[in-house]
Ligand binder design. Sequence first.
Ligand code: ARG
Length: 573
Amino acid sequence: MDAFRIAIAQLLVDTFPSLTIEKAFEGVDYTSKGADFSVALPRYRLPGKPEELVQKVVDKFTPDEWIESVVPSGIHLNCFVSSKTLSRLVLDQVHALTHATASGEPEYGTNKSGAGKRVVIEYSSPNIAKQFHVGHLRSTIIGAFLANLYKASGWEVISMNYLGDWGTQFGLIAVGFNKYGSREELEKDAIKHLFDIYVKINADAEKDPSVKAEAAAFFKRMEDGDEAALTDWRQWRELSVKKYEQEYDRLNVHFDVYTGESQVGKASQAAALTQLEQMGLIKDIDGAKLVDLEKYKLAMAVVRKKDGTSIYLTRDIGGAIERYEKYKFDKMIYVVSSQQDLHVRQFIQVLKLLGFPWADQIEHVNYGLVQGMSTRKGTVVFLDEIIREAGSVMHEQMRKNEDKYANVHEPEATAEEIGISGIKVQDMSAKRINNYPFKWDRVLSFEGDTGPYLQYAHVRLASIERNNGELLPLPPPSEIKTELLTEPQCKAIIALLGTYPFVVEMTLKKLEPSEIVTFAFRLAHAISAAWMPVMVKGVEDKALAQARMYMYLCARDVLGSAMRLLTLRPLER
Ligand code: ARG
């Protein structure tokens, strides 16, 4: 697509010789408002009224193989590219880069801007023995998307899950496990069993203060590294991770590293504290130690409790230091709910005060709340409940259409995949920071801008090859007559395909998954608008049918690639 921008830039330079081609090029923008590209003339600070400048370019213009027409629109110059050139260029590029990764060139839509750079992305990070809430799910979905996005931009990505696997509650669970625990239940579903125990022993502790004291004493032993006190905990952690791994797998989410609060070394936490003390930043209040961040409007933050045990914030400080030592990252991202904005700002500020230059390379990707996600049984407690509910609600909906249902391949797996797509797409549809209400019927509808709709659009495209075998194999790309794709619906699709690499680049700057979601919907809509006027089946002219098929297959590839970026698994049937 840059070739078109260059052609427009050249036209500007021809009209205004004082402009350099680089400067002219920067001002040529993609547009979605009826023109293919648009130039805002005031941007160049040329002498004269913008409207008159626009007119000068229009007068100078003659159509060529790149630009078909230019139209004044106030202070903007709108430029329409030649459909013929567009089709040839874009489709051949999509085809070549999607199907010939062996050439070493990045796949269509990906780039190498991050080559040689490493990013650590921490996301999901649930707490063992506690509820997996929708906030964790959002972190999981957005974080996995970011991991894909950075990979697509050539970065080396380390996906990290930082489990809440340490803290006084593990003393409680230890006491609870003696009373209510069962090895068998633990093996069956560690996450659920530990949560049940936690609920029961918590209730006991409310009534009987000795339970709390016993728990505190037990956790103290764990903190002191008493092996006997750690054996059970280790198994709980291991089995929980195993179960989580299976569930993440169903979500198409994968981690390179499972770490957790328990893994942060005491030494690095203590060293950070000592340094803060030496810098005179610590205040002692009733035996607790606080770091004063009032100056940064970040309040006073406790970094050590009265009884000397470490806390969440201190572990994040020590944890970040250890991560830098280990990974020497160029960037580290925390995908954590905006409810923890203060916490994250506090530990980043402390790292800055400690003088770590890499603290500036930390980014907090935050997000708003999801309201009202529940299953038919009630409030959501576990991740597998969410996945199961998505699958079963979807399955019921599919069953309602008996004719279609009869043809569904592996209905349960398909339902689960579509259900999960629904949740993910809903979650990434708007700006991250927005709160949104959760409604199953909206999330799982095939109408409107939903995950099921994207899957449906992809399946429809995938069916083209299956239903038009007589057109296969297609001739080599250079012999496909793309100039026959004259309908405006074709141009709309192809122009979108052409902007995909640019959309990916821009998304990396904004870190908003909604940019890709919006792109995928625009493409799906353009395809659905073409479906009737631009048919493949029943077209007599074989060359025309093949050109159309070529376009739809390219559209399938790009839609599939956008969906994969969003962590979906595009369905074929
Ligand atoms: N486990 C925490 C929670 O559930 C989230 C951890 C976020 N990451 C961090 N480095 N603090 O609230």
